[in-house]
Design a protein. Sequence first.
Length: 227
Amino acid sequence: MTRKPFARGNPLALAVLTLLYERPMHPYQMSQTLQQRGKQESVRLNFGSLYSVVDSLVRQGLIEPTGTEQDGNRPARTVYALTASGVTEVLGWLRQLISEPVKEFPQFMAALSFMPLLAPDECVGLLRARATAVRGRIADIDASVTEAARFLPELFVIETKYELAMARAELDYTTALADQIETGAIGGGDFWRRLHELRADYPDGRLPPAVFDSFIAEMGVPGPPTN
């Protein structure tokens, strides 16, 4: 029976394949190695999920059990190794991820797309609160990179430095956006404020559909499709 092509998408599967490219391991070794190397900061690590990923990779023919190991009276643990297909897959997947940008859907981006549901002044406060939290995260990441640099080459903390760069970019954007809204410099700000002034006349802020449609038509904003 022909197998379906492997669906690349779960970073934990990539982590398992990468570890097994080094040497055969059982799942507990995989988990311990990832934690020892701090990879839980870049890959969501959950022991139950790890076993599910291992089972899926076995079904896909990318890894295979090669034996068992037993430590004292503990239950025997199954050791897994890459198959030839697994070697091809992990190298190809990693090359693709590094070379080809993909559309991602961060939660903050989703929140920004629906932000006009909240009043402008409230959003300024929320964005400033986020900026404060991001500054704290930057300080923590920066300290982590500095500490790691004492005993690790830069190569082994590049994902953390990427996270730091992204956090700094987020801080710059968030701060600038809050400033734009607060000063009224953001395009569409008048529409936004008028919308919330109108909503203040209704107990829960929800405009009747006819009122909302009339308002957005006045502002030249397309309404929802009618059929």
